[in-house]
Design a protein around this ligand. Structure first.
Ligand code: 0L1
Ligand code: MG
Length: 263
C-alpha cells in the first residue's frame, strides 16, 4: 500500500532523474519521506522509466541488484532489488565511458542472460529460467548512485533505479546448455591489475535464481519478463570504484571478455 501521493511520486522521480541526467548527487529521499514504503519506492522507479519512455528512450533490459552477499555486505542491506536499463546506458565492448557524465562510478562484473520465452511469477523457478534462456552473456555494470557517498537505504536506492547508469556487454555469448553459470569464473582487472575475482554462484547460488526472483518480484505488480529480454543478474563481487583514465578488462571463463575505458 503506497503512502505517497501521485504528485509526490512524480516530483521525486523528476528530482532523481535530473540528478542522473545532470550528474549531481542528492541526499537520500527517505530523509524527507521516512514513512515511504516499498510500493512508493518502486512507483518512483517506474515513473522514472515512464518519463524516459515518453521522451523516446527504449528499455534495453532489466537488472537485479544486491544479489550477492559481497554486495549486500558492502552496502549494509539484505534484500535484492530490481531496476531497468535504458538504451543510452549501453556502451559497446572496447568503447569508452564519459566519466564527466557520472558522479562517482563503480563497476561490477555480472553474468547476463537473454530470454527466449516469457517468464511469469509467482512460482518462477531456476528450472523455468534455464528453459527460457537463449544465451549467457558477459556484462559489466557501471553503477553510479545519485546519493551522496553511495549512502542510502533500500527504499531510496530502489527509487533511484538501483544506481543504474551504464553497462557493457560483449565477449562470446554461449548457449545456456554449454555453460555452467554456477561455476563460471570471473577475473576483473583495472589497468592490468587483478582487483576482484569470483564465480557465478556468488549470485544467489546461481544467476538463474536471480532471474527467477525478478519474475516473482515483477508479478507483485502484475508484470512479466517478455521473451527476448536482456537481464543482468547482479554483481558477482563487491563494486570497485573507478576514475577517469582507468582501463577495465573483465575476463569470463568460457564466454570471453569485456573491455572499456573511462575517458
Ligand atoms: O547493481 C547493483 O547491485 C546496484 C544496486 C544498488 C546499490 C548500489 O548502488 O551499490
Ligand atoms: Mg549490478
Amino acid at each position: 500500500m503506497s503512502t505517497l501521493s501521485r504528485a509526490t511520486v512524480a516530483e521525486l522521480a523528476e528530482h532523481l532523474e535530473n540528478a542522473e541526467l545532470q550528474a549531481f548527487d542528492v541526499e537520500k529521499i527517505t530523509n524527507k519521506y521516512p514513512d515511504m514504503d516499498w510500493e512508493d519506492a518502486y512507483d518512483i522507479q517506474w515513473e522514472i522509466r515512464a518519463r524516459k519512455e515518453k521522451r523516446g528512450t527504449k528499455v534495453a533490459g532489466l537488472k537485479m541488484g544486491l544479489t550477492s552477499y559481497a554486495k549486500m555486505k558492502q552496502m549494509g542491506v539484505d534484500t535484492p532489488i530490481y531496476a531497468f536499463l535504458a538504451d543510452y546506458f549501453s556502451v559497446p565492448d572496447g568503447g569508452s565511458i564519459e566519466t564527466d557524465e557520472l558522479i562517482h562510478p563503480k563497476i561490477e562484473a555480472e553474468i547476463a542472460i537473454i530470454t527466449n520465452k516469457e517468464l511469469a511469477g509467482p512460482g518462477c523457478t531456476v528450472a523455468h529460467v534455464l528453459a527460457a534462456t537463449e544465451c549467457v552473456v558477459p556484462a559489466v555494470e557501471i553503477i553510479d548512485s545519485r546519493y551522496e557517498n553511495f549512502r542510502f537505504d533500500l527504499k531510496s536506492v530502489i527509487a533511484d533505479n538501483a544506481s543504474s547508469s551504464r553497462f557493457v556487454t560483449g565477449g562470446n555469448p554461449r548457449r545456456v546448455e554449454d555453460v555452467d553459470m554456477k561455476t563460471l569464473g570471473v577475473v576483473m582487472e583495472i589497468n592490468g591489475e587483478v582487483v576482484a575475482t569470483g564465480a557465478g554462484a556468488s549470485v544467489l547460488g546461481n544467476p538463474a535464481a536471480s532471474v527467477a526472483m525478478l519474475a516473482n518480484m515483477l508479478a507483485e505488480r502484475g508484470e512479466t519478463i517478455p521473451a527476448g529480454t536482456f537481464i543482468m543478474t547482479g554483481g558477482i563481487t563487491a563494486a570497485v570504484a573507478v576514475k577517469a583514465g582507468d582501463s577495465v578488462c573483465v575476463r569470463y571463463q568460457d564466454i570471453g571478455s569485456v573491455s572499456f575505458t573511462f575517458k
